[in-house]
Design a protein around this ligand. Structure first.
Ligand SMILES: C[S@@+](CC[C@H](N)C(=O)[O-])C[C@H]1O[C@@H](n2cnc3c(N)ncnc32)[C@H](O)[C@@H]1O
Length: 261
């Protein structure tokens, strides 16, 4: 998704609204975050930035990996930051990842789990590169083309609106990381699947993690009852023994800034 400032404002308020329900709806997000943490080098660091920190899934892990570092928890959704601040010891910063309020070279580690897909990746990666010190490292998880395909298929041809935002391909993401000037880039990709008891809870969970940019009321109004019934019935037809699947095609990326740059 190439996010302009108007779309970013929508994403920001969607996440602020979703902050109270996020933790209970975000088991998959937690798994993605834990795998990203598991791939990090636990070396000395003075300052670690959790960018798009949300409610704080990564805080405990980052504190364990970098016990003597100052943890900066940054997010542009004030509701998310408030939920984070309620339970975690960190310096909280309300900031847009496209224009970080940190000096060049002031940070040793940037960690960012499932934020980049709401951003303009080249711009945000360039900002991460700018604030990282020489030898600093970035660990970042995001989603790729193919994510939420079940929702896209359920809405196909129903109306003229987009119901799933577009995500980059793996080669585009890799090029964006290289283009920002990082070296030693490693990228692992894989599918993470969440399962739901029924179609309504699948759509609701998508809203509860802030992933829906169109308010439910407005979308229902646009859809009408019979169109919504068709969407629900199409989702129902994807049922597996574990429930209705919703696929996230995830990329876990690790890279660093060259020493002495
Ligand atoms: C899916 S949540 C992930 C939260 C957390 N990292 C986790 O793993 O649970 C995405 C977070 O990124 C934040 N976010 C999205 N775009 C952002 C931007 N441009 N600048 C700062 N935060 C952003 C949202 O407010 C939200 O808290």
């Amino acid at each position: 998704m190439k996010a302009g400032s108007h779309q970013r404002a929508q994403v920001r308020s969607a996440f602020s609204r979703a902050s109270g329900r996020y933790d209970s709806a975000a088991a998959l997000q937690k798994r993605v975050c834990e795998r990203l943490l598991a791939g990090m080098f636990p070396a000395d660091a003075r300052c670690v930035l959790d960018l798009g920190c949300g409610t704080g899934f990564a805080s405990g892990g980052l504190t364990r990996l970098f016990p003597s570092a100052r943890l900066l928890a940054a997010d542009f959704a004030i509701g998310m930051l408030a939920a984070h601040a309620a339970g975690r010891d960190a310096v909280h910063v309300c900031a847009d990842a496209h224009a970080l309020p940190f000096a060049a070279g002031s940070i040793d580690r940037v960690f960012s789990s499932l934020m980049l897909q709401w951003c303009d990746p080249p711009q945000v990666l360039a900002e991460c590169r700018r604030v990282l010190a020489p030898g600093g490292r970035i660990a970042c998880a995001t989603v790729l083309d193919g994510t939420l395909a079940e929702i896209g298929a359920a809405f196909a041809g129903i109306d003229s609106h987009r119901h799933v935002v577009s995500f980059p391909r793996a080669d585009e993401l890799h090029a964006a990381v290289m283009g920002a000037g990082f070296v030693d880039v490693s990228m692992e990709c894989g599918d993470e699947v969440a399962y739901f008891a029924d179609a309504r809870s699948l759509l609701q969970a998508n809203r509860d993690i802030g992933a829906s940019r169109v308010p439910q009321g407005a979308r229902r109004g646009l859809l009408g009852r019979s169109a919504l019934a068709e969407v629900l019935s199409r989702l129902e037809r994807t049922r597996t023994a574990r429930g209705l699947p919703l696929t996230y095609r995830v990329a876990w990326v690790h890279a660093r800034v060259a020493d002495g740059e």
